[in-house]
Design a protein around this ligand. Structure first.
Ligand SMILES: NC(=O)c1ccc[n+]([C@@H]2O[C@H](COP(=O)([O-])OP(=O)(O)OC[C@H]3O[C@@H](n4cnc5c(N)ncnc54)[C@H](O)[C@@H]3O)[C@@H](O)[C@H]2O)c1
Length: 317
């Protein structure tokens, strides 16, 4: 089976690629533009780990380069796509809105339009809990209303809508609404690694809403287990799944735990900003029914593993 992962030097793409490469039957192709949103050194290290496996082939491609995208599909026969390449990071929205439009809307269109001409069996693509915006009924399920609060969430909502009007009849399109994925090899702009990095650099961490908000943290190994189980499933034309643990964590409590573990408490409370949501909490019943997965791993153990990883690899951040 030939699988393409876009954004393979990124957190989720790299982690899934690492897991899939353990299966010798899978030939894996990956592309990424290695942009500077966060440490390029970290992205290159992830990539060099993947390149050790002879079943992996990397292309440096930007989603806006239609020619390179076409060449890739002409040269390689792809059965399944995991599309993760995107501009992520809700807090980056206000300073760089055009990057979200370029990669997440134009880039998404380019990949969809190009891949449509080839016989792709399944096209999985990253959506986000950000499509829900502020809700007043929790947990949100796949039928809950969508009211994104920023361009990032809007771009993901648009991806889900666009699939409905621009598709290949033979391809199944599956949207994956990820909720705050964390763990080893994670993103330095997200809270746990950011806290550890600030602690190392003795920088003050500004804590949004004084930590009085909730996130449905979902551990990367649970995510990659879920994604690899999804590969072999049968789908209808166009489906959406929440990828979440259904266990929201109060940020204040996470910070207390990190302080207990590291002793670092240079933290300044600030007000809730208007582009982040107060709470994410997703229902995962649809997913659990689909793949028979219910054993989500322990949050504190996973945070401990992330701290351990950071001790070894913090020079990459
Ligand atoms: N990590 C999370 O908690 C989370 C939550 C919700 C949704 N998502 C979505 O999941 C996907 C993967 O997220 P991640 O956390 O691994 O992010 P990431 O930033 O680590 O990975 C994205 C990768 O895509 C690459 N990329 C970005 N724009 C590109 C372009 N125009 N052309 C080619 N490559 C490009 C980047 O260099 C990066 O390596 C993204 O679509 C993100 O929006 C992630």
């Amino acid at each position: 089976m030939n699988i393409l992962i876009t954004g393979c030097a990124g957190f989720i793409g790299y982690s899934l690629a690492t897991k899939l490469l353990k299966n010798k039957e899978i030939k894996l192709f990956g592309f990424d533009n290695l942009n500077k949103f966060y440490s390029v050194k970290l992205k290159k290290k992830r990539l060099s780990n993947l390149k050790k496996n002879k079943n992996f082939k990397f292309y440096k491609i930007d989603l806006t380069n239609k020619k390179k995208l076409s060449n890739l599909f002409q040269n390689e026969k792809i059965d399944i796509i995991f599309h993760f390449a995107a501009q992520a990071g809700v807090r980056y929205v206000s300073s760089h809105p055009e990057k979200f439009i370029k990669s997440n809307i134009l880039g998404f269109h380019n990949l969809l339009n190009t891949s449509k001409n080839y016989n792709i069996k399944k096209f999985f693509y990253a959506s986000s809990s950000s499509v829900y915006g502020d809700s007043n009924k929790f947990p949100v399920d796949e039928k809950s209303s969508l009211n994104p609060k920023n361009i990032y969430g809007l771009s993901k909502k648009l991806n889900e809508e666009y699939i409905k009007i621009n598709f290949n009849k033979k391809t199944k399109y599956i949207g994956l609404r990820f909720f705050t994925v964390y763990g080893e090899w994670g993103r330095p702009d997200m809270l746990i690694l950011k806290y550890l990095d600030y602690a190392k650099k003795n920088k003050t961490l500004y804590l949004n809403n004084s930590g009085n908000h909730w996130r449905d943290f979902t551990y990367i190994d649970d995510v990659t287990k879920i994604l690899s189980k999804l590969i072999s499933q049968e789908f209808k034309k166009n489906e959406i799944y929440n990828i979440c643990s259904n266990r929201p964590i109060l940020i204040k409590n996470l910070i207390s735990y990190l302080i207990k573990k590291t002793g670092y408490d240079k933290i300044k409370n600030v007000d809730l900003n208007n582009f982040e949501v107060f709470k994410t909490h997703g229902k995962n019943l649809k997913l659990r029914k689909k793949i028979n997965f219910s054993k989500y791993s322990n949050f504190k153990n996973n945070v401990d593993k992330t701290i351990f990883w950071f001790k070894k690899y913090n020079h990459l951040i």
